[in-house]
Design a protein around this ligand. Structure first.
Ligand code: PEP
Ligand code: MG
Length: 751
């Protein structure tokens, strides 16, 4: 049964349109369960459940039979959100007779709801003429099938929206907000070289030339493989040699080339045609029951990537970025962002990731409207398409109609006016009406956000993410190269302080040249754990920072992901060693302040012990939230559970300030909560000394701080921190802001 299940799901995954998905489901489920009928009903726009595919009922009734919620047995399954298993369907009070389906012949009925993200999308039904009860195993099979298929059906439905592309139709795709604001522009697909999944669809101009080019590339890979075979000959045994030959012969396989030829003749470019054919074959092989054949899928994939590399290498054109570029990709990286000229980057859409993924944080720091986790977006097909990115609601529209475009243009204009108005407070103090001052600093990492920070009048850097310059390179930067980058940063802000965090890789921050493969990367080798295991990397970095600060003396060093006191002790010892070495080498080094980030729950409970050993404490609320709530910050599926306004997070944040202040140590916060105006208000009320945020949030936060009294903020904090859940807290905050007329400043959704 398990094999059956896997094989059906694989076959379904291999098809791209809803119609074929449904027809596979009904045909295969009917066969596996040895029944006479299998049908799928899907919820339509009016909330009814419409027969969309059947194997066994009258095919002409497809799309005609519709049941309302709780109407008939199908509607009843949907309303109850539970399976219904009957041996004599016609005896059930909800039984409704539809002559057009020929249904009266079927007595046994088993229906299970198809539920995706808590919403009933449809009902999967099997039926049989003789009176019989489907047994527990069969019921479990259908329930499992339906749970597996729900996501695929949702994806196929969303993707199907693109088929109605036209001048008057806009297709909408949902994700989560990555960076607020809206933008209207043209799609540019960021596709890493030789990645079969991300090849953008393009048409070819001359079919004959394209076919010839395709065959040249095939021959080149064939030659490469032959050469490799000769080199390895003596090392391979007979079976391995045979395998190798079979591998090479796949390229001679005329059927593979034939399929590609058909697609090219239909107008697709060679790289798209090739990747589409290979992906289809990979899916077919992966779905095979025989383990040997299943494993061949990875051979095909490997071969596919080799040919694709040739196809792309020789056609690689300089990407042309339109004036309003919407950068789209499956899994965007900082270097892909950095490649787009800053003045042309209007919006970002990522299929993977969530609102606190690092790419979203970078987008926020540059003020680029961004949608993350748009999992159903057929992104390879969007090159050059007109798109709207709604970073407030987390929606993406493709081919918008004119009414939609006009309303978003109005929103864009309003946002611009708000930003222009805020410019006026750039040089005013960040002070409440009753005279409480709270320092507003910025988080930086890219050159672009450094520039914005200076323009917005930032008075310090609370977090310089040193891993970003590491991510923009193809190897570890040398001490000298690092020194230059750090010096630029320190000089740009001097005499204001710059807090440089030591390398924080792992989790969703990967270095292409230092891959970390783990099942559970956010609980794995991250941050200080990596650098303490590689003291040469840590020391090189700290030496570069110290040298860069010579004569400026505005450096602060901060340690990420610290969980144990001894990690801090060892890191401090290494920093002291670097200082001594440099002094011996003749540098004039003034020892910088050293601080620790509190972002692991264990550190919250030991905050006093940490505070006693450092010059400052800084809270990484992004990670602290993910670890306290056990919600992966990078996973769109649980995005609505990730919330820094959760009562437990607020209580932990308050406990940190109290503990650190007991030791007389200043506390800052550099997680995204600090850049949310309402979050900033609560943090100020808790006693945070410094709020460090994306540069684009700075003036909004300042504006709100300047509009309130500290006493009122403290009273509000006392009221919300005792509320039972996030929703209650958000409602209370919203209500309070509305009642004092400040809700305009905080339009972006709370994170
Ligand atoms: C944090 O975790 O809050 C933080 C500032 O660090 P990062 O987002 O880079 O992990
Ligand atoms: Mg962190």
């Amino acid at each position: 049964m398990l094999n059956e299940l896997r094989s059906i799901v694989q076959e379904v995954y291999a098809s791209t349109d809803l119609e074929s998905v449904l027809s596979i489901i009904v045909r295969r489920v009917k066969a596996s369960m040895h029944t006479e009928v299998c049908s799928v009903y899907l919820r339509d726009q009016l909330g009814g459940f419409r027969l969309m595919a059947t194997d066994g009922l009258n095919p002409s009734s497809v799309e005609l039979v519709v049941l309302k919620l709780d109407e008939g047995l199908v509607g009843h399954v949907a309303a109850r959100e539970e399976p219904i298993n009957l041996d004599l369907a016609e005896d059930h009070p909800k039984y409704t007779y539809f002559p057009e389906t020929g249904e009266e012949r079927f007595s046994a009925f088993l229906g299970v709801p198809i539920i995706h993200q808590r919403t009933v999308m449809g009902v999967l039904v099997v039926q049989q003429a003789p009176k019989r009860k489907f047994d527990e195993g069969e019921e479990a099979f259908l329930v499992t099938m339906s749970a597996q298929l729900a996501g695929v059906i949702a994806h196929a439905e969303a993707t199907g929206a693109l088929r109605v592309f036209g001048p008057k139709e806009s297709a909408r795709f949902e994700g989560v907000s990555g960076s607020s604001g809206v933008s209207i522009g043209a799609g540019v697909v960021a596709s890493p070289l030789a990645d079969l999944n991300s090849v953008p669809f393009e048409t070819c101009e001359n079919t004959t030339d394209e076919l010839a080019f395709f065959h040249t590339c095939l021959s080149a890979v064939r030659a490469d493989i032959k050469k490799l075979g000769v080199t390895l000959e003596s090392m391979l045994n007979k079976e391995e040699r045979q395998l190798f030959e079979a591998y090479a012969s796949m390229l001679d396989d005329t059927s593979l080339a034939q399929e590609v030829k058909l697609k090219i003749t239909d107008g697709a470019c060679a790289s798209f045609a090739w990747s589409a054919v290979i992906l289809e074959h990979v899916k077919t092989f992966s779905s095979m029951e025989d383990a040997y054949f299943r494993e061949r899928a990875s051979d095909i994939k490997d071969l596919g990537s080799r040919v694709l590399a040739y196809l792309q290498e020789s056609t690689r054109k300089e990407l042309v970025y339109p004036d309003q570029t919407i950068l789209i990709g499956e899994d965007l990286t900082p270097s892909m962002l950095a490649e787009v000229p800053m003045d042309k980057l209007a919006g970002i859409v990522s299929v993977k990731g969530s609102s606190n993924s690092h790419i979203a944080i970078l987008a926020r720091s540059m003020g680029i409207p961004t949608v993350m986790g748009a999992v159903d977006l057929p992104f390879t097909r969007l090159s050059g398409k007109e798109m709207i990115v709604d970073g407030y609601r987390g929606n993406v529209y493709v081919d918008p109609d004119s009414a939609l475009r006009t309303s978003y243009q109005a929103m864009l204009d309003e946002d611009k006016q708000l930003v222009a108005k805020l410019e006026g407070i750039k040089n005013l103090p960040s002070e409440t009406k009753d005279g409480h001052h709270v320092a507003l600093w910025v988080n930086t990492g890219l050159l672009a956000d450094t520039m914005i920070s200076l323009e917005r009048g930032a008075q310090g850097v609370g977090l310089y993410r040193t891993e970003i310059p590491f991510m923009l390179r193809e190897r570890f930067p040398s001490e000298k190269e690092q020194c230059k980058v750090y010096r630029d940063q320190l000089e740009a802000f001097a005499p204001y302080p710059v807090t440089m965090r030591t390398l924080d890789i792992g989790g969703d921050k990967a270095l292409s040249y230092f891959p970390i493969e783990e099942d559970n990367p956010f609980l794995g080798w991250r941050g200080i754990r990596v650098t303490l295991d590689h003291p040469e990397i840590f020391l090189g970095q700290v030496r570069a920072m110290l040298k860069a600060s010579e004569g400026l003396d505005n450096l602060r060093i901060m340690l990420p992901m610290v969980t144990n006191i001894d990690e801090l002790d060892i890191a401090r010892m290494l920093i002291d060693r670097a200082i001594e070495e440099l002094k011996e080498e003749g540098f004039k080094i003034i020892p910088p302040d050293v601080g620790v980030m509190i972002e692991v729950p264990a550190a919250v409970f030991q905050v006093e012990a940490f505070a006693a050993r450092v010059d400052f404490i800084s809270v990484g609320s992004n990670d602290l939230t993910q670890y306290l709530l056990a919600v992966d910050r990078n996973n769109p599926r649980v995005a609505d559970l990730y919330h820094s306004m959760h009562p437990s997070v607020l209580m932990a944040l308050k406990a940190i300030v109290v503990g650190a202040h007991k030791q007389g140590v200043p506390v800052s916060i550099c997680g995204e909560l600090a850049g949310d105006p309402v979050g900033a208000l609560l943090l100020m009320a808790m006693g945070y000394d410094i709020l460090s945020m994306s540069a684009t949030s700075l003036l909004k936060v300042k504006s709100l701080i300047r509009s309130v009294n500290l006493v009122d903020a403290k009273a509000l904090l006392e009221e919300v921190i005792i509320l039972p859940d996030t929703d209650a807290i958000l409602r209370k905050l919203q209500h309070t802001l509305q009642s004092v007329g400040l809700e305009k400043i905080v339009r972006p959704s709370f994170h």
